[in-house]
Design a protein around this ligand. Structure first.
Ligand SMILES: NC(=O)c1ccc[n+]([C@@H]2O[C@H](COP(=O)([O-])OP(=O)(O)OC[C@H]3O[C@@H](n4cnc5c(N)ncnc54)[C@H](OP(=O)(O)O)[C@@H]3O)[C@@H](O)[C@H]2O)c1
Length: 245
């Protein structure tokens, strides 16, 4: 049976590495983001069939339409990964930067997450155990308000809490969609803000693919970031503030 995965934010970084990892695992992959030529080049290198959709998630109506078109063009969509994300170091609180982060990481995220759930919940999958699997890429930054990245850290708190809400909704739903929250620490991509415990996008993709196989609800990437998240949650804000700029 053909397996399919859509990755939104597949043109670079974690999304690109995950496209390669899932294709090596036998998935046909739908690649979505703004940089069409990069996705075409990535798709041409995959061992399975690739589908490319140009999409700006901040144009929410167009992104949702593009998502359904992409899903309907593929023989099967078992997994949707939402990896599209941006962030700007912005201690001066430039509104255009704050707005862009919220537009992509919050509005864009919800626009495509709701489209993916609508697709899974209304597309019959008689031969499959699950109706689908939604995977959202959040961040360890979800656990701390960062002075230089206030919109980014808050947007990731939103993503983690939103996915938790979707899991709660699923537990009372007739449909059977798995929901996975991924919280990476530093990953060596264009977006990375630090080098402490930084892993390669390939290592991140391997660990995310394993979480997908095991249908985990929540995973830190790499696993040692669980300790950092736990410490951040346990300490008072005044201490967190001294440790994280
Ligand atoms: N790298 C890290 O240290 C780290 C740590 C924790 C969490 N994360 C999260 O991991 C995810 C992937 O980031 P990355 O590190 O792989 O960075 P990246 O290489 O910059 O990838 C970001 C992806 O998002 C896409 N994107 C950005 N704006 C978009 C828009 N308006 N519409 C559609 N797609 C858009 C980009 O594609 P186009 O530019 O082609 O549109 C690209 O494919 C993000 O959600 C990020 O917050 C990263």
């Amino acid at each position: 049976m053909t397996k399919g995965a859509i990755i939104v934010g597949a043109s670079s970084g974690i999304g690109e590495a995950l496209a390669r990892e899932l294709a090596a695992d036998g998935y046909e992959v739908g690649l979505a983001a703004r940089r069409t030529e990069r996705m075409k080049a990535i798709g041409a290198e995959l061992p399975t069939k690739a589908y490319v959709a140009t999409m700006d998630v901040t144009d929410t109506a167009d992104a949702r339409e593009g998502f359904f078109e992409l899903a309907n063009a593929m023989p099967a969509v078992d997994v949707v990964v939402l990896s599209a994300g941006v962030g700007s170091i912005n201690p001066d609180l430039e509104w255009t930067d704050e707005r862009r982060t919220i537009d992509v990481n919050v509005r864009g995220f919800v626009a495509v997450a709701t489209a993916a759930l609508e697709y899974f919940e209304t597309t019959p999958t008689p031969e499959k155990e699950r109706d689908g699997h939604l995977v959202g890429i959040s961040s360890v930054a979800a656990h701390v308000g960062i002075g230089a990245l206030p919109a980014y850290s808050a947007s990731k708190a939103f993503v983690s809490r939103y996915l938790e809400g979707l899991r709660a909704r699923q537990s009372r739903s007739e449909s059977d969609v798995a929901i996975t929250t991924v919280e990476p620490g530093y990953v060596d991509t264009e977006l990375s803000y630090g080098s402490f415990w930084e892993c390669s996008p390939e290592t991140a993709a391997e660990q995310i693919a394993r979480a997908i196989r095991k249908e985990r609800e929540h995973v830190y990437v790499t696993r040692r970031w669980r300790l950092v998240a736990w410490l951040l949650k346990a300490m008072p804000e005044s201490v967190r503030r001294r440790l994280v700029a």
